[in-house]
Design a protein around this ligand. Sequence first.
Ligand code: CDP
Length: 228
Amino acid sequence: MKKIRSQVTIAIDGPAGSGKSTVARRVAEKLGLLYLDSGAMYRAVTVLAIRGELTTDSPELLEQVKACHIQFKDNGKTILLNAEDVSHQIRTPAVNRRVADVAKIPEIRHEIVKHQQRIGGEGSIIAEGRDLTTIVFPNADFKFYLDASVTERAKRRLAEFRRQNVEITLAAVEAEISDRDEKDKTRAHSPLRTADDAIVVDTTDKTINEVVDFIIARVSEDKSTSEK
Ligand code: CDP
């Protein structure tokens, strides 16, 4: 395992399918960091909205968000919503279609960001999403923005759906992520944007391991982060 300083925060942002989750999970394993999948939290809250047939701006949904318990197990592989394992349910096309509308509600973001910052205060962490480098951890030690062409991102997402036996076409996946990109980048609160001090990585023609190695090299080469 590479040596980095005892307390480190690595934040990654980028659009759907840019490789953030897979990359962050592997870096977490290799460096022994806590992994925070911030999108999973917005997805869990979207499950509450769908189940309760609640509109995204309803007071009922906000109450449920304030009262719910979201916990991660197995370093982010499992997510529990009020003690129920919703790890598979949060990845369905129905949640994909709805999540950006839930995530644009400022009061819901406020609750979730508080929770994320509490988790970040517990120790060294690698966290990924849409506003980790800008809002959640603006003072992160390392910031990365991962991107890739929309077609490449749609192909990656389609492969994930195929593994889960979800029937969907490439065109439908591309339309869904383009729609989500647009909503995430243009919303009034905490839009997806590249932080001024983030390192931008175009992953279109890179393998997961190439991106993982790039991030680990940047984190390790920084002398100030090496353990004395
Ligand atoms: O895995 P994928 O990139 O498709 O999405 P995700 O990271 O699970 O995030 C799902 C959605 O949650 C995004 O499209 C955003 O609308 C929202 N989100 C957000 O607003 N802020 C975050 N920090 C993370 C996700």
